[in-house]
Design a protein around this ligand. Structure first.
Ligand SMILES: *Cc1c(COP(=O)(O)O)cnc(C)c1O
Length: 224
């Protein structure tokens, strides 16, 4: 199946209001161009320099999402154009995003990444840390917090995955009610990848991040 056919199949089943980020990490620009030809405009990468290099080579109406672990010294590469950073997990990185956004005269949209998986290797905040971060937000006027993100455990146990997505949804509702009740921008729940996006949608996802199911298996593993 071609990239365009894969995209079409996934999009056919997407409910209204769920956005598909095509995760193109490690894939060549030719693969992205093919998806682009098929009408897709939203792509995600997990390495800042790789994202910047692809942005440079590709049409400028692409909406770029950063989904990897954000290192402070890499924010500058994507700050001029990135649409959404999914993976804010510290005040330190939020501060740097604010600084680089101000330099570029823009406001950058960010999601708070929660640790919902059992694996200890995955990055992310717990609820207390997220609250501390939200309270510090007033110091960072060039950042817009628009929701939450999380990755479920990599497991065949669908009920566990579902529980973890439910947990992320509950965190979202708690933060919405307590800190963003009159902020219509805080509305996104980024969850769901190739293996679990259908469950994620059932549990309230508004953004799914799908790589393998569109572009095929990656040749080498990446750490994010
Ligand atoms: C790689 C990656 C994805 C996409 O994973 P697939 O299983 O290939 O769909 C989604 N989210 C994040 C954070 C990733 O690093």
């Amino acid at each position: 199946m071609s990239i365009i056919e894969n995209l079409k199949l996934i999009k056919q089943e997407l409910p209204q209001g769920v956005k598909l980020v095509a995760v193109s990490k490690t894939k060549p620009v030719e693969a992205i161009k093919e998806a682009y030809k098929g009408g897709h405009r939203v792509f995600g990468e997990n390495k800042a320099q790789e994202l910047a290099a692809k942005h440079e080579q590709l049409p400028k109406d692409i909406e770029w999402h950063f989904i990897g672990h954000m290192q402070t010294n890499k924010v500058k590469y994507i700050a001029p154009f990135v649409h959404l950073i999914h993976s804010v997990d510290s005040i330190k990185v939020l501060k740097e995003i604010n600084k680089q956004a101000a330099k570029n005269n823009r406001t950058i949209n960010c999601l708070l990444q929660f640790h919902i998986a059992e694996e200890s290797t995955k990055f992310g905040l717990n609820l207390d840390e997220a609250i501390a971060l939200i309270k510090s937000k007033k110091d960072f006027p060039n950042v817009n917090l628009t929701g939450v993100m999380g990755m479920a455990t990599f497991t065949d146990d669908k009920e566990q995955v579902r529980r973890e997505f439910k947990q992320l949804h509950r965190h979202f509702i708690f933060l919405k009610e307590n800190f963003f009740s009159d902020d219509e921008n805080f509305k996104e729940i980024s969850m769901g990848m190739s293996g679990d996006y259908k469950i994620a949608i059932e549990e309230g996802s508004t953004i799914i991040r799908v790589g393998t199911k569109i572009f095929g298996a990656r040749n080498y593993p990446t750490t994010s």
